[in-house]
Design a protein around this ligand. Structure first.
Ligand code: AMP
Length: 358
């Protein structure tokens, strides 16, 4: 349901209180909005910076009712919001982007089939619903290949490589014997993403294509602009625009892609939300991905982003946070800490952005 136009002082409801919810709420506050964050985890990072919080389970109908009554629009910071929760809320008020989109992006098989239906390439894939499907899938896709759970995978969780000579049944056990896809391993030259915003009027604004370096499947560094020929960068933006239009999307989405040695692009994943590879926009662009998302769900006109230089974003993962002070006096470095008390290996604790002359 689109057609929402909020005035400042309105309340934006955010499902999910992680660092993305926190940065969305900070951007909303700058535009005069209040935020109400809903998250089942008591020490959610976004709780520290918002007007109102609900700490309850996503299936708590009474809590959802009160939340719906208090907010003017609902959005989310993560894509694994239970479909039931999103549907419950959307029967009461506008939920943006449309929860129908979650049904596509929460399931890798449905997502990749959808992307292919738009004439956009992905890695070759095959459905693996039960262990018995594996031999045929390996025969079809070949090795090396990656076995990925269809649902609830992120940052490399729920993924196992199958190499020449390795036992596919062991991989199946390792991912917990859940419905999966088997995906061809892509010998990519680099990984890039496009963070795009689409307004309620259908206007789209893409940030410049970002190059992403992962360590242990977790984003470590993003660099903008990506080292891509102009034609490939243009094609990357076009892919994000095609997906956003097809979804009739409202808000910010990110499309992660592999770049093959010849410059061809394969889409890996769609994130229907603000994205870690867009954090550089907080300091490196005239408008951030967070503000663009808030503008879109508020029914406001999108800003036309201008990149302010060559930008590097470095994630502070796990215990790296203990060393954050070393960035404080580095010229051009902006320090962002998420207020998380528990340090766990690989946990996203904060990030640094550095802007250099182009
Ligand atoms: P994902 O959870 O699908 O986004 O995967 C996380 C990371 O694992 C990606 O950013 C890649 O670095 C790597 N990866 C995932 N799928 C593949 C693949 N089919 N081929 C090569 N690398 C992959």
């Amino acid at each position: 349901m689109s057609g929402v136009v909020l005035d400042p002082l309105a309340t934006i409801g955010i499902l999910g209180g992680g660092q993305l919810g926190r940065m969305l709420a900070l951007a909303a506050a700058r535009l005069g909005f209040k935020c109400h964050v809903f998250d089942p985890t008591p020490d959610s990072p976004a709780f520290d910076v918002v007007h109102r919080v609900t700490c309850a389970d996503y299936t708590d109908a009474e809590a959802l009712d009160r939340f719906a009554a208090d907010v003017d629009v609902v959005t989310y910071e993560f894509e694994n919001v239970p479909a039931q929760t999103a549907m419950f809320l959307s029967s009461r008020l506008a939920v943006l982007p449309d929860p129908q989109i979650l049904a596509t992006t929460q399931d890798r098989l449905v997502e990749k089939t959808f992307i292919g239906s738009l004439g956009i390439r992905t890695a070759a894939f095959a459905a693996v619903t039960q262990a018995g499907d594996l031999p045929a899938a390996v025969g079809q896709i070949g090795v090396p290949a990656v076995l990925k759970t269809r649902r609830l995978g992120y940052d490399g969780k729920g993924q196992v490589m199958i190499e020449n000579g390795s036992d596919p049944r062991a991989a199946w056990r390792e991912v917990g014997g859940q419905p999966c896809i088997l995906e061809a391993f892509v010998p990519f030259e680099r990984e890039v993403s496009v963070v795009a915003a689409r307004g309620q009027d259908g206007a789209i604004e893409c940030f410049d294509v970002t190059e992403n370096e992962h360590r242990d499947h977790i984003l470590k560094v993003s660099r903008v602009p990506a080292a891509l020929p102009a034609a490939a960068a243009q094609r990357a933006r076009q892919i994000a625009e095609t997906i956003a239009h097809k979804f009739d999307y409202v808000g910010v989405l990110a499309v992660e892609m592999f770049v093959l040695p010849g410059g061809e692009l394969l889409v890996n994943e769609i994130a229907p939300r603000v994205h870690n590879s867009g954090h550089w926009t907080l300091d490196g662009a005239s408008v951030s991905q967070f503000e663009q998302h808030i503008r879109a769900v508020a029914g406001w006109t999108l800003a036309k982003p201008v990149r302010l230089g060559r930008v590097e974003m470095i994630n502070l993962l796990g215990s790296e946070i203990e060393d954050f002070r070393r960035w404080l006096d580095i010229r051009g470095a902006a320090v962002h800490l998420y207020g998380k008390s528990a340090v766990r290996p690989g946990r996203k604790m904060g990030h640094i952005t550095r802007v250099f002359p182009d």
